[in-house]
Design a protein around this ligand. Structure first.
Ligand code: FUB
Length: 447
């Protein structure tokens, strides 16, 4: 029995329950490539760390890759390390340069493509290698050498309806080549991708997808000589040429110099996976994966995606709801969001309500059939204060469902209060401050 309990606890401990941005909360995750395999979304990010050999070197540092999966874009399971630099025969063990990867399925095999620094006998600088698995979560076996002719970084894969596979990458230009049916060799010469707008600065991170017969060639681009925007071009052939599309996402509002993305359809909705440096505001080489929804116009052009903290998915009311990942907030300093523990930022954020009427809104919370009776909250108030929790269906005026009365204390505490009415289905939550005594919230949940 004891063994069984330990096994269950071990399984549960690999499941993270977060529906908001960023989506992975216990490690850095950059360059998020999402793929739909076996009815789930698998996320193949790069894994930023602080360089263990040269911590003072302020640059990208990555030694391995994890893979994550989710069926609802809310609960993410970490399947652990799938490829690591010192277990790939052709990779320099101390290079810490396992940059943006991609993965694709062909004939029941899963091919994971990754760039890394090659040992001199295998190539010069960064090359692109492959690891192969029978299941999307692995185990993956890396090949002994990189793909010949692939100097560069940021592999992006695409298989067309006729079964032809294409490899896109960058390094001294934006490249495309066909892959042989074995998926591990280029089939012919590489070509520069044609038709991309000129000017601006660096282009990198190519990702191609097809929708309604349009091939979208998308990439991060230092368009305005500041930080990267996400950009797209459109064509009628995976090899190009492409014609100008436009900006998918503007420069990072928090000054993260890179952005890197993938665009996938899952359960009839398109999503943009991208990154910001949420957990590392002072060092933009430690990044975190995010998701927001993508919408297309009737002519196939892409509507600009605005970054949100709320992200996507419906939050179960019985889980911890981080109001600091809000959908809306009073637009002055009456409500502040800051790290709970500036030393360990992975502990997350808190919301501080400063003045009478200060409010925050968190959309899409599922209260189920109406059986929930209480609100629980982890709260802090030095002088003691009161918050009102309201709920309303999308478009309805919210009405109060509970009061959170926080006694004066110098400590955080978890308190619970009865709901004043039945709440059913998916509702938006509003929390607002009564009076001027400051109250801080870590999370709320319902039971
Ligand atoms: O993660 C390292 C590099 O930063 C990636 O390869 C680029 O696309 C940029 O995101």
């Amino acid at each position: 029995m004891k063994k069984y309990v330990l096994v269950v606890l071990a399984i549960l401990s690999t499941i993270q329950v977060f529906s908001q941005n960023p989506i992975i909360r216990d490690q850095f995750t950059a360059d998020p490539t999402a793929r739909v395999f076996e009815g789930k979304v698998f996320l193949f990010p790069s894994h930023d760390i602080i360089s263990p050999i040269e911590p003072e070197r302020k640059w990208f540092s990555m030694e391995d890759y994890h893979v994550f999966s989710s069926e609802n874009l809310v609960d993410w399971k970490d399947h652990g390390v799938i490829v690591t630099q010192n277990k790939v025969p052709w990779v320099r063990e101390d290079s810490y340069a396992m940059w943006a990867p991609d993965a694709i399925e062909k004939n029941g095999k899963y091919y994971f493509y990754f760039p890394a620094m090659a040992k001199p006998e295998f190539g010069r600088g960064s090359m692109i290698g492959v690891a192969i698995a029978d299941h999307p979560e692995g185990p993956y076996t890396p090949l002994d050498k990189p793909i010949a002719g692939t100097n560069g970084i940021d592999p992006g894969l695409f298989i067309d309806k006729d079964g032809q596979a294409y490899l896109y990458w960058c390094g001294g230009g934006m490249w495309v080549a066909k892959l042989k049916p074995n998926m591990i060799e280029l089939d012919g010469e590489r070509h520069q991708v044609q038709g991309l707008p000129t000017g601006g600065g660096l282009k990198e991170g190519p990702f191609l997808f097809e929708r309604n017969g349009i091939y979208y060639y998308t990439y991060p681009w230092v368009k305005n000589n500041t930080t990267e925007v996400l950009y797209y071009c459109m064509g009628d052939n995976p090899m190009g040429p492409f014609k100008d599309g436009g900006v998918i996402m503007d420069e990072s509002p928090v000054g993260c110099w890179t952005n890197h993305h993938s665009i996938v359809e899952y359960k009839n909705q398109w999503y943009l996976f991208y990154h910001h440096n949420d957990y590392s505001p002072d060092f933009d080489k430690n990044r975190s994966a995010r998701i927001d929804s993508v919408h297309f116009n009737s002519d196939g052009t892409i509507q600009k995606v605005i970054t949100t903290l709320r992200g996507v998915g419906i939050t179960n009311a019985e889980k911890e709801i981080n109001l600091d990942r809000y959908s809306g907030i009073q637009s002055d300093t009456t409500v502040l969001v800051t790290f709970i523990n500036p030393v360990n930022k992975f502990e997350g954020w808190k919301t501080i309500f400063n003045k009478e009427g200060a409010w925050i809104r968190y959309n899409n919370v599922d209260f189920g059939a109406g059986a929930l009776k209480k609100v629980m909250a982890r709260v802090y108030s030095a002088r003691g204060g009161t918050l009102t929790v309201s709920a309303g269906k999308n478009g309805d005026v919210p009405s109060p469902i509970a009061r959170i009365e926080v006694p004066p204390s110098g400590k955080w505490s978890v308190l619970d209060f009865n709901l004043s009415r039945t709440v059913r289905g998916v509702q938006d939550i509003f929390v607002s401050l009564n009076g001027n005594n400051r109250v801080q919230i870590d999370w709320i949940s319902f039971e």
